[in-house]
Design a protein around this ligand. Sequence first.
Ligand SMILES: CC(C)(COP(=O)(O)OP(=O)(O)OC[C@H]1O[C@@H](n2cnc3c(N)ncnc32)[C@H](O)[C@@H]1OP(=O)(O)O)[C@@H](O)C(=O)NCCC(=O)NCCS
Length: 185
Amino acid sequence: METRENGLRQGGKLKIGPVIREFSSSDDGVALTELLHRAYAVRAAAGLKFTATYQAPEHTLRRISKGRCFVVEDDGKIVGTLCLFFPESDSPVEFYRDPSTCHFGRYGVEPACKGRGIGRALHDHIVNHAAALGGTRMALDTAAPAADLVAMYGRWGYAEAGRFQRGQVNDESVIMARGIGARVG
Ligand SMILES: CC(C)(COP(=O)(O)OP(=O)(O)OC[C@H]1O[C@@H](n2cnc3c(N)ncnc32)[C@H](O)[C@@H]1OP(=O)(O)O)[C@@H](O)C(=O)NCCC(=O)NCCS
C-alpha cells in the first residue's frame, strides 16, 4: 500500500488505490468515530466492552490528540484507522510509561473492507514509523476474552507482557509486546 508521501514522490501525483496518511484537523471526527463503531460492532456483538464500541466523537478526538492517528483512505473515504501512542509518563498502565515502548489502539477497518490486508498494512506502517523515531518496543492491549485477536497478534510476533483492568465495566485487558527496530512489511 502506498503512503501519500510515496505516491507523490514516485509519480508527482497520487496513485489510485488505498493510501495511508495521517488524520488531520480538517478530517471529520464524527465520521472517524462512526467508522470505529462499525468496525468494533463485531466485538460489541460478542459481548466485549472495547471503548471504541461506544466512545463519543469528543472522546475519539481527545484520545488521538495524545498520539498520531493514521488512516487508510480509499477513493476519498477513510476505511481504516489506527492510533500510535508514544511513552506516556502519566499512563495508569505501567508498561506504557516505559520510555522505549510505543503502543497502539483505536484499531479498526470498515467491515466491508476487512480481510484485504488493510489492517496489517496500517500496523506495519506505525511499527516502521515508531522504529524510525527510535522506539525499540511496540505494545498494545486487547480484551483477554478476544482469543482471535490474541492469536493474531501472536502471529505478528507479540507475546503477553501483563494484564490489567481498565475501569470496572471493561473486560480484563492483556498487554502484548514485541521488539521493533528492523523494518517490517
Ligand atoms: C483487527 C482488524 C483491524 C484487522 O484489519 P483487517 O484489514 O481485517 O486485517 P488484515 O486483512 O490485514 O488481516 C489481519 C489478520 O486478520 C486475519 N483475518 C482477516 N479477516 C479475517 C476473518 N474474516 N476471519 C478470521 N481472520 C481474519 C488475517 O488472516 C490476518 O492474519 P495474518 O496476518 O496472521 O494472516 C479488523 O479486522 C477490525 O477492524 N476488527 C474489529 C475491531 C478490532 O477488533 N480491533 C482490534 C482491537 S485490539
